[in-house]
Design a protein around this ligand. Structure first.
Ligand code: SAM
Length: 280
C-alpha cells in the first residue's frame, strides 16, 4: 500500500454507511497522503482504522475553511493533500468547492477519487426517471423560504433530489406536495446500512405516512418529474378552473383542480385569482 503521491489536491469520496464500500484506490490515497483535510477528524479516524492506517489530519469544515484554506493551498505545492468529508463525496452538500477553485487558480494539480454519494445512490433506488435530474441539497427549514425553494424547483422538467432529516421529513413532504402537485416520489433511508429502506408513493401518501412518525437515520427524498397534465397547457387548466369557480371559492376551486390535475396548489390558486379578477 506504500506509494508516493505527487503533490496536489486529492478529492476522496468515502462510504455513506458501509465502510466496505471504500475502494482500493481511495484507500491507497488515504494511506499515502501527506495530509488529510477532514470535516471531522474523529469520523475520518474511524475510516482510517478500518483500513489499518494512521495519517496526519487537519480540520476543513465551514467554521475554519476561510482561515485555513490559503495555508492548505501552499502545502499542496509540495505535498499531497486529501480532502474527505464525513461521508460520501466532498463538495456535495459538504465543504470543498472553494478549496478546489483556489487550487486551480494556484496551478495545483487536482484529482478526484470518485465514489459514493447519497444523491446518486438514492436515484438508483427510487425507480423514477433518471435521464434528467436536479439536486437541491437541503431545503431551508423556515416554511416561507422552503416554499420559495420548492417553487423554484417546480419549473425543472425532470426528477428532483433533496437531502432531509427525519424530524423534518413529514413537513418537507407536505410542502413538496403543496408546491409541486401530487407527484410520484420515494423516501430513501439509511443507504448501504443495516436498515436501508426505500418507500415509494405519491407525495400525499408519503406525507401522510411520515406526518406523525418521523423516521430515524439519514434520508434522501426523490420526486418524479411533473406529470403530463402539468405540461398540457393552460387551456386545460383554465377549463377546469372555470368550471370549479362556478361552484366554489377560488381557494377551494384551486385545491380541487390542483389535486385533479396533479398541479402545484400555489400555481393553480394564482391562476384562479386572475381568472376571478378577469385578468387572465
Ligand atoms: N457529501 C455527501 C454525499 O455525497 O452524499 C452528503 C453530505 S450531507 C451533509 C448529509 C446528507 O446526505 C444526510 O443528511 C442525508 O440527507 C444524505 N445521506 C448521507 N448518507 C446517507 C445514507 N446512507 N442514506 C441516506 N441518505 C444519506
Amino acid at each position: 500500500m506504500n506509494e508516493t503521491l505527487d503533490p496536489g489536491l486529492y478529492i476522496v469520496a468515502t462510504p455513506i454507511g458501509n465502510l466496505s464500500d471504500l475502494g482500493p484506490r481511495a484507500a491507497s490515497v488515504l494511506a499515502n497522503a501527506d495530509l488529510i483535510a477532514a470535516e471531522d477528524s474523529r469520523v475520518t479516524a474511524r475510516l482510517l482504522r478500518h483500513i489499518g492506517v494512521k495519517r496526519p489530519m487537519t480540520p476543513y469544515h465551514d467554521h475554519v475553511a476561510d482561515r485555513v484554506r490559503p495555508g492548505l493551498i501552499e502545502q499542496m505545492r509540495t505535498r499531497s493533500v486529501a480532502l474527505v468529508s464525513d461521508a460520501g463525496t466532498p463538495l456535495i452538500s459538504d465543504p470543498g468547492y472553494k478549496l478546489v477553485r483556489d487550487a486551480h487558480a494556484a496551478g495545483i494539480k487536482v484529482t478526484t477519487i470518485p465514489g459514493p454519494s447519497a444523491a446518486v445512490a438514492a436515484l438508483t433506488l427510487a425507480g423514477l426517471p433518471t435521464d434528467r435530474f436536479a439536486f437541491f441539497g437541503f431545503l431551508p427549514s423556515k416554511a416561507s423560504a422552503r416554499a420559495a425553494a420548492i417553487a423554484e424547483a417546480a419549473g425543472f422538467p425532470g426528477t428532483l433530489v433533496f437531502y432531509e432529516s427525519g424530524p423534518r421529513l413529514g413537513a418537507a413532504l407536505a410542502a413538496l406536495g403543496d408546491g409541486l402537485g401530487n407527484r410520484e416520489a420515494a423516501v430513501v433511508r439509511e443507504i448501504s446500512k443495516m436498515f436501508e429502506e426505500t418507500v415509494t408513493g405519491t407525495l400525499a401518501e408519503l406525507a401522510a405516512r411520515y406526518a406523525d412518525a418521523p423516521p430515524k437515520g439519514e434520508i434522501v427524498i426523490v420526486v418524479g418529474p411533473p406529470s403530463a397534465p402539468e405540461t398540457a397547457g393552460e387551456a386545460e387548466l383554465d377549463a377546469a378552473l372555470g368550471e370549479a369557480l362556478s361552484r366554489l371559492s377560488p381557494s377551494r376551486a384551486a385545491a380541487d383542480v390542483a389535486a385533479r390535475l396533479g398541479l402545484p396548489k400555489r400555481l393553480v390558486y394564482e391562476r384562479a385569482q386572475r381568472l376571478k379578477g378577469g385578468q387572465a
